[in-house]
Ligand binder design. Structure first.
Ligand code: HAM
Length: 445
């Protein structure tokens, strides 16, 4: 049976059109699956260092959660949200494009901020209908961190230190921190007027996107990639000239703390971020090693969002990293490559029964065990041993006719603890001593 499934020709027998994943949305295949698991384990370890609590929000939310929070004139809300009307109750729903608004919705709905601030984190898929290219997907994954209810420069710096520590843990160098001060909404409104007044005479020379944004979201024109627009923007008024003492003082303290802990940054006045909820500190980590989609992580302060979503005025700060982008920079070779510690091969139905029951006994004690499957007893031991080798198992346990009669198991070492193939000798162990033998062998590593 398994031979038939493995035959690619057998898949073409049907005349049905082949089914494919949606464009921009990827499968994680077994080989990458190992890397994902190792990465997620690293993420958990990293976040535990900072005392963040794990949360999970639904993938589907009411559209209003994001239109209100992210901003009506942003790319995300204007053109990238997967939105649909629930056929049954006509709710306007979306696949979440980001996690911050969802986390705030959750905190408000469950009164999480009632008596104390909260540090939370989440991990999962986000959806944006963007043009797919390397590093840009329609379903991608984020790890997000939100510090809800914290004011003060220290938390902004905590966010940045967290990023720096993760890059260090993952051995990722060649990342640059870009940082900017967006001030407060009122200051930005005044700046906005000045920016529009400056750009209006240049309107005809702006690209289509920037023309469209001129009156809706002119700050986004500052980080346009269009060469002609970049030239025009060089002479534009700068936001920092519109910031009042309090906004400057907050940002100065952030920079002073960063200097103090030795974090190198680049002040980037064009950095405005693609979501409207930010104020004061915004930042992005940019990699020099992954091409055009080089921002691996971004975030900032969003003191107005919780009130805007119906809560009491509460300061907050956060960031999210793109898992695919960060993982593409992570060259880890240390994740466990084998699917199992022990692989069982057998000759008869009776031998299979022994293998199945001893396998369960090993698993009961935390030892990974896999019984050769999908065969009839006609499959030769040689063919089964080939599969055992391919599984990456440390040991193969053989139950042949001799072993069955003598209540013994033959064990052969296939790989060492580092996953390297070895020519191990064969030993014979009594069935009732197998657990002790394998446990000792694992402990002696
Ligand atoms: P964002 O900058 O939109 O921020 O996304 C954060 C990160 O997600 C980006 O830096 C990038 O690495 C990754 N990313 C975004 N879009 C894609 C895509 N289409 N394909 C692959 N990766 C992508 C936010 O989402 C905010 N919620 C971050 C935040 C949390 N701010 C405060 N708290």
């Amino acid at each position: 049976m398994s031979e038939i499934l493995n035959d690619p020709k057998s898949e073409t027998k049907t005349s049905l059109p082949s089914l494919k994943a949606v464009k921009g949305m990827s499968d994680v295949l077994p080989a990458e699956g190992k890397k994902w698991l190792a990465f997620e384990a690293m993420i958990r370890q990293w976040l535990s260092l900072y005392g963040y609590e794990f949360v999970r929000t639904p993938i589907v939310e009411h559209q209003a959660v994001f239109t209100r929070a992210v901003g009506a004139a942003t790319d995300i809300v204007e053109k990238e949200m997967y939105s649909f009307t629930d056929r049954l109750n006509h709710d306007e729903l979306v696949l979440r494009p980001e996690g911050t608004a969802a986390a705030v919705r959750m905190a408000l709905e469950h009164h999480l901020l009632y008596d104390a601030p909260r540090r939370v984190w989440y991990m999962g898929p986000m959806f944006r209908h963007e043009r797919p290219q390397k590093g840009r997907y329609r379903q991608f994954h984020q790890v997000g961190v939100e510090a809800l209810g914290f004011s003060g420069a220290q938390v902004d710096v905590e966010m940045i230190l967290m990023g720096a520590r993760l890059w260090k843990m993952l051995g990722i160098s060649d990342v640059e921190l870009h940082i900017n001060n967006l001030g407060q909404a009122q200051e930005r409104a005044e700046y906005r007027q000045a920016l529009i007044a400056y750009l209006e005479p240049h309107k005809a020379s702006l690209d289509e996107d920037s023309q469209r944004r001129l009156y809706t979201n002119p700050l986004r024109i500052l980080d346009s990639k269009d060469e002609a627009v970049k030239k025009i923007v060089e002479g534009a008024p700068v936001l920092s000239d519109f910031l009042k003492e309090e906004s400057r003082a907050h940002f100065d303290q952030v920079l002073a703390l960063l200097d103090r802990v030795g974090i190198v940054y680049r002040l980037n006045t064009a950095l405005v971020r693609g979501l409207d909820y930010y104020n004061l500190t915004v930042f992005e980590w940019v990699s020099g090693a992954i091409g055009a989609q080089s921002t691996i992580c971004g975030g900032g302060r969003y003191d107005g969002l919780i009130e805007m979503m119906g809560g009491k005025s509460t300061p907050a700060c956060g960031f999210a990293l793109g898992m695919e982008r960060v993982m593409s920079l992570w060259h880890n070779t240390h994740f466990v490559d084998s699917a199992t510690d022990v692989y069982w091969v057998y000759q008869t139905d009776q031998a299979l029964e022994v293998a199945v029951s001893l396998s369960e006994q090993l698993r009961e004690h935390g030892i990974r065990s896999m019984v050769h499957a999908g065969v009839n007893t006609a499959q030769s031991l040689k063919a089964q041993l080939k599969k055992a080798d391919a599984s990456g198992a440390r040991w193969v346990c053989v139950v042949g006719q001799d072993e069955l009669e003598s209540k013994m198991i033959s064990i052969k070492t296939l790989h060492n603890a580092q996953g390297e193939a070895v020519q191990g000798e064969q030993v014979c162990v009594a069935q009732e001593s197998l657990l002790v033998w394998v446990s000792r062998a694992l402990q002696s590593e």
